[in-house]
Write a protein that binds this ligand. Structure first.
Ligand SMILES: [Zn+2]
Length: 81
């Protein structure tokens, strides 16, 4: 995804586009975060396009954390409200 970084045309933040399968794609925040699996957490997207429920943790917090991307539709300021 490093070659597929753009600026959101609505809010100007850096975004990435993860593609998988044939025509599937999802717009995410460009910066990955570390997450712990949590069924009550937010929805994140892995680099391979699979979805995972989790909560964001610090890099040092947990060895079981994995990197994932937050869907940009949740953070795009322009779409809020
Ligand atoms: Zn945006």
């Amino acid at each position: 995804m490093k070659n597929d970084i753009h600026s959101c045309r609505f809010c100007g933040k850096k975004i990435g586009i993860i593609t998988w399968g044939v025509y599937r794609k999802v717009v995410v925040d460009a910066e990955a975060v570390m997450i712990e699996p949590d069924p009550d957490g937010e929805e994140f997207v892995r680099i391979d396009g699979s979805k995972v429920q989790g909560r964001e943790v610090g890099y040092e917090e947990a060895v079981t954390a994995e990197p994932a991307y937050r869907p940009h539709r949740k953070t795009c300021g322009v779409n809020d409200g």
